[in-house]
Design a protein around this ligand. Structure first.
Ligand code: ASP
Length: 438
C-alpha cells in the first residue's frame, strides 16, 4: 500500500522523458513558445534576432568544403559502379530519372497552385525582383557552371561551381591516380567530411533553440499571419511527396522492375519508418541494407553497391522539396521565373540534392547555396525553417523509399544479367566441351 502511494506520488516519468527528448517534440514545444513570444513580446524578440543569424552562420561555416567532399566522394565512389558496367550506368540513369520526375512534379504543382503569390513578409517588402529576373539565360547558366578561379567559388559559396569543380577534379583523379592513391584520398576526404557532418549534427541538435529565435522574430515582424501563409507550402509539399512515393515510384517498379511495390513495401517498411522518425537517410542506411537483404532477399552485391551510392546521390524527397521552396520564395518575392529558368533550376536542384548529406536538415542547409547561385535572398530560408523540421521527416522517408525501390529495380536487372551469363557459359561449355569465362 505504502509503495503504491509512493509510486503514485512519484509516477514513472521515463516515458514522458523519452517523448520530450525527441527532437521533433522539442521543435513542437519551441513552435508553441515562439508564436507566443513573437505575438506578445515582439521588442524583446527583436533584440535577439542575431541568434537566428548566428544559426545560419554556423550552418554555412563549413558548407563549401562539405559540398566539395560530398561530391568528390560520390564521384570516387562511382568507381564501384564502373565495375558493374552497364548495370552501373543504369543505376545512375535511374537515380537521375526519379529525381527529375520528383522535381518536375513539384514544379507543376507550384505553377498550378502558386501558393507564394500574394503572400507578404515585411522583411522583403523592398526587395527588387527585377534585380533577379535577368539572371538565368542559357549562356549565363553554362558560363556560371565554371569559376574562373576555384577558390573564388568557395569564398562566394557558389554551390553549382563548387559542385562542378568537385565533379571535374573527381573524374580526373580517377583517370590519373592509382587505385591505392584513390583509396587513401577517399579516406582523407571521408574523415574530413564526417567531421564536418558531426559538427553540423551538433548544431542541428540545438534546432529547437535556434528555431525559437528565428521564428519568433518572423512572427514578431510579420504577425501570426505569416505562419498561416506557410500552410499551403506544407500541404503542397506533402501532396507532392505522396504522389511521388505512392504513384510515380511504384509505377516505375511495376513497369521497369516487374515487381509488386506493395508486397515489397511490406518487406522493407521498417527502414522507411526509421527514416521518417530519424530524419536521416544515412542513419537508416544499415537498416535499409538489412531489410533489403534479409526480408526482400535482394542480391548481396546489388545491396552493397546501390545503398551507399543511393544514400548520397538519390534524394528524390529532398530535391522535390528544394524546388518547391525555391519557387515558393520566388513567388512571394514577386519574381517572374520563365519556363527556361525553371528548367535551369531543375538542373541546379538535381546537383544540390546530390550534395545534400543524409542527415536532419541537410536539404535546407544546401538550399542556402542554391539560393546564392540563383540570387534569391538566403534570409528567406529563415521563414521556411518554421516548418522545415516536420517536412524533413516526410522527405527523408521518401528518400529512403526511393533508395529501396532502386535497389529492387536494379536487382531485377542483375538477376537477369546473372541468368544470361550462366546460360552463355553453359552454351560455351557445350560447344567447346570445356568451361569458358564469359
Ligand atoms: N534529412 C534528409 C535525409 O537524411 C535530407 C534533407 O534534409 O532533405 O535524407
Amino acid at each position: 500500500m505504502k509503495s503504491e502511494k509512493i509510486a503514485f506520488l512519484s509516477p514513472d516519468l521515463s516515458h514522458l522523458k523519452r517523448i520530450i527528448s525527441r527532437l521533433e517534440i522539442q521543435v513542437l514545444i519551441g513552435l508553441g513558445l515562439w508564436i507566443y513570444a513573437g505575438v506578445f513580446f515582439p521588442e524583446i524578440v527583436g533584440n535577439f534576432s542575431w541568434m537566428g543569424e548566428l544559426f545560419m552562420t554556423l550552418l554555412k561555416m563549413f558548407l563549401a568544403p562539405l559540398l566539395f567532399f560530398a561530391i568528390i566522394n560520390a564521384v570516387l565512389g562511382l568507381g564501384d559502379l564502373k565495375k558493374l558496367g552497364t548495370l552501373g550506368t543504369r543505376t545512375l540513369a535511374y537515380y537521375m530519372l526519379t529525381t527529375t520526375l520528383a522535381i518536375v512534379l513539384g514544379m507543376i504543382l507550384m505553377n498550378i497552385f502558386s501558393p507564394g503569390t500574394g503572400v507578404h513578409f515585411k522583411q522583403f517588402e523592398n526587395f527588387n525582383s527585377a534585380s533577379v529576373e535577368g539572371w538565368l539565360t542559357f549562356s549565363n547558366f553554362i558560363m556560371s557552371l565554371f569559376p574562373s578561379n576555384m577558390i573564388a567559388s568557395f569564398v562566394s559559396l557558389n554551390a553549382i561551381q563548387i559542385i562542378s569543380v568537385g565533379i571535374i577534379l573527381g573524374i580526373f583523379i580517377m583517370q590519373s591516380a592509382s587505385k591505392s592513391h584513390i583509396k587513401q584520398l577517399k579516406n582523407i576526404f571521408d574523415t574530413l567530411y564526417n567531421a564536418i557532418l558531426a559538427f553540423i549534427r551538433f548544431v542541428v541538435t540545438l534546432t529547437p533553440f535556434w528555431v525559437f529565435w528565428i521564428v519568433s522574430n518572423v512572427v514578431a515582424v510579420n504577425g501570426f499571419q505569416s505562419m498561416q501563409d506557410l500552410l499551403p507550402l506544407v500541404v503542397i509539399t506533402l501532396v507532392a511527396l505522396a504522389i511521388h512515393s505512392v504513384i510515380t515510384l511504384p509505377t516505375i517498379g511495376i513497369f521497369i522492375g516487374h515487381f509488386n511495390p506493395w508486397t515489397y513495401f511490406q518487406q522493407v517498411k521498417e527502414a522507411v519508418l526509421l527514416g521518417f522518425s530519424t530524419s536521416s537517410s544515412s542513419a537508416t542506411m544499415w537498416v535499409s541494407m538489412h531489410v533489403a537483404r534479409e526480408n526482400a532477399k535482394l542480391n548481396n552485391e546489388v545491396v552493397n553497391f546501390t545503398f551507399p551510392i543511393g544514400t548520397t546521390v538519390n534524394m528524390d524527397g529532398t530535391a522535390l522539396y528544394q524546388a518547391l521552396v525555391a519557387l515558393f520564395v520566388s513567388q512571394f518575392l514577386g519574381i517572374d521565373i520563365s519556363l527556361g529558368q525553371q528548367f535551369t533550376i531543375v538542373i541546379i536542384v538535381i546537383l544540390a540534392s546530390i550534395g545534400a548529406a543524409g542527415i536532419p536538415g541537410a536539404g535546407i542547409i544546401i538550399l542556402t547555396t542554391v539560393f546564392l547561385t540563383i540570387w534569391l535572398p538566403v534570409e528567406a530560408i529563415g521563414i521556411i525553417l518554421a516548418v522545415d523540421r516536420v517536412l524533413d521527416m516526410f522527405r527523408t522517408a521518401v528518400n529512403v523509399w526511393g533508395d529501396l525501390l532502386t535497389a529492387k529495380v536494379i536487382n531485377t536487372f542483375y538477376v537477369r544479367y546473372l541468368q544470361e551469363k550462366n546460360l552463355a557459359q553453359k552454351v560455351a561449355e557445350k560447344i567447346q566441351g570445356k568451361p569458358k569465362e564469359v
